[in-house]
Design a protein around this ligand. Structure first.
Ligand code: SAM
Ligand code: DTB
Ligand code: SF4
Length: 361
C-alpha cells in the first residue's frame, strides 16, 4: 500500500476547500489509530475537546411529506404507521423550548415534514423563531427547500441556523430520492448562506453507499466557502415500512472513520453525532467524541424516532468528563484550556508521526 502522505497544512488543521477524492480516500485508508490521532489533534486545536454542544429537536409538523426520501418515516410514499399532524400551535413549541432550556440545551431545532414551506405557513413559523429566540435559545429550523425570499424572512426573524442535508454523494443521490435533485439542495444551501444564517448540512450513513460516496459527500460539504458551521453525521435509523428497513449495518469503525474524516476536512465546524445514537453503545459514542464529534441531539425523541434517554446522556457526559458547550466549565488540572491549546502556544502535535512531509496538492 502507498504510505500515507500528510502535508503539514492538513496536520495543522488549516481549512481547505479543494479536497480530491484520492486524498480523502487516503485518509479513510489510514490505520485507525493514526486517523484517530490526527482527527483528535485537529479537534483540540479548534475546540475544547471536553465540551459538546447540545441541541434539542422538535417536530413542528409531522408526516405526509410529498417527497420520496427512501430513509424517511415521514414520506407519504411509504406506510410507516405515523400519525400525520398539522403545524403545531406556538404554545406547544414554547412549552417544549422551555423544557429544552431547563435541561441545558443551548439550541432548539424545529423540523417540518415539508418539501418547502408555503407562504401560508411562513407567518406562524416566523413567530416561532421570534418567541424561541427571545427565550435566550439559539434557533434552528429544517423545513425543506427555501427560496431566497423565504431564507431572508427567516434570517430577519432571528433564525440562527438552517439545516438542510446533502444526505449522500451526488453520485448515489438518485438512488435515494427522486422528487428533488442534489442541485436543488445546493441551491437552498446557497440561499441560506446568502441570507446570513449559519448553515447546518450533513448526511446519513448506512443507506447502501460505498466509502467513496461518503468521501464524495464530505468533499461537497467541505468545498462550500465558508464551510457549514454544523455538520450532522446521521446513522440511518431503519424504520419499518421504508425502503431502507432492511439496509445493512454500518461497521462502527467505518462510522467513526467518517466522523474523523469530517473533523479533518472541516476543522472549525461542529460535527454532530446525530440520528442513530440510540443504537450505539457508550464506547462507540465516546470514540466518536474522540474522533471530533462535538454536538448531539439531547432528549428522548428525534423527530419521530427514539433518541437515548436524557439520563443516559447525562451519565455518559459525567463518565467522560464532558460538559455541555456554553455552560460554566470546570477546568481540571491537566485538561484542555485555551492557554494550553496547541494552536495558541504553537506547540504542534506531530500528527505526521515523523513521516517525511510530501505535498498532496
Ligand atoms: N423535510 C425537511 C428536509 O428533508 O430537509 C426537514 C426534515 S428531514 C426529516 C431532516 C433530515 O433528517 C433529513 O435530511 C435526513 O438527513 C434526516 N433523516 C430523516 N430520516 C432519517 C432516518 N431514518 N435516519 C437518519 N436520518 C434521517
Ligand atoms: C439531521 O441531520 N438529523 C435530524 C435533524 N437533522 C433534523 C433528524 C433526524 C431524524 C431521524 C428520523 C426521525 O426521528 O424521524
Ligand atoms: Fe420529507 Fe424531509 Fe422526510 Fe424527505 S427527509 S420525506 S423531505 S420530511
Amino acid at each position: 500500500m502507498t504510505p500515507i502522505v500528510l502535508n503539514l497544512s492538513i496536520a495543522a488543521g488549516q481549512i481547505r476547500y479543494d479536497w480530491t477524492l484520492d486524498q480523502v480516500m487516503e485518509l479513510y485508508q489510514l490505520p485507525f489509530n493514526d486517523l484517530m490521532f490526527l482527527a483528535a489533534s485537529i479537534h483540540r486545536q479548534n475546540f475544547n475537546p471536553n465540551e459538546v454542544q447540545v441541541s434539542t429537536l422538535l417536530s413542528i409538523k409531522t408526516g405526509s411529506c410529498p417527497e420520496d426520501c427512501k430513509y424517511c418515516p415521514q414520506s407519504a410514499h411509504y406506510s410507516t404507521g405515523l400519525e400525520k399532524e398539522k403545524l403545531i400551535e406556538i404554545d406547544q413549541v414554547i412549552a417544549q423550548a422551555k423544557a429544552a432550556l431547563d435541561s441545558g440545551a443551548s439550541r432548539f431545532c424545529m423540523g417540518a415534514a415539508w418539501r418547502s414551506p408555503t407562504e401560508r405557513d411562513m407567518p406562524q413559523v416566523v413567530e416561532m423563531v421570534r418567541q424561541v429566540k427571545s427565550m435566550g435559545l439559539e434557533t434552528c429550523m429544517t423545513l425543506g427547500m427555501l427560496d431566497q425570499k423565504q431564507a431572508q424572512t427567516l434570517s430577519d426573524a432571528g433564525l440562527d441556523y438552517y439545516n438542510h442535508n446533502l444526505d449522500t454523494s451526488p453520485e448515489f443521490y438518485g438512488q435515494i430520492i427522486s422528487t428533488r435533485t442534489f442541485g436543488d439542495r445546493l441551491a437552498t444551501l446557497q440561499h441560506v448562506r446568502d441570507s446570513g444564517m449559519k448553515v447546518c448540512s450533513g448526511g446519513i450513513l448506512g443507506m447502501g453507499e460505498q466509502q467513496a460516496d461518503r468521501a464524495s459527500m464530505l468533499i461537497e460539504l467541505a468545498r462550500m466557502e465558508p464551510q457549514p458551521e454544523s455538520v450532522p453525521v446521521n446513522m440511518l435509523v431503519r424504520v419499518p415500512g421504508t425502503p431502507m428497513e432492511s439496509a445493512e449495518d454500518v461497521d462502527p469503525f467505518d462510522f467513526i472513520r467518517t466522523v474523523a474524516v469530517a473533523r479533518i476536512m472541516m476543522p472549525a465546524s461542529h460535527v454532530r453525532l446525530s440520528a442513530g445514537r440510540e443504537s450505539m453503545n457508550d464506547q462507540m459514542q465516546s470514540m466518536a467524541f474522540f474522533a471530533g464529534a462535538n454536538s448531539i441531539f439531547y432528549g428522548e425523541k428525534l423527530l419521530t424516532t427514539a433518541n437515548p434517554e436524557a439520563n443516559r446522556d447525562k451519565e455518559l457526559f459525567r463518565r467522560l468528563g464532558i460538559q455541555p458547550e456554553g455552560k460554566a466549565t470546570e477546568v481540571r488540572v491537566g485538561s484542555w484550556t485555551p492557554e494550553n491549546c496547541p494552536k495558541n502556544n504553537n506547540r504542534f502535535y506531530d500528527a505526521t508521526m515523523g513521516k517525511k512531509e510530501k505535498s498532496v496538492n
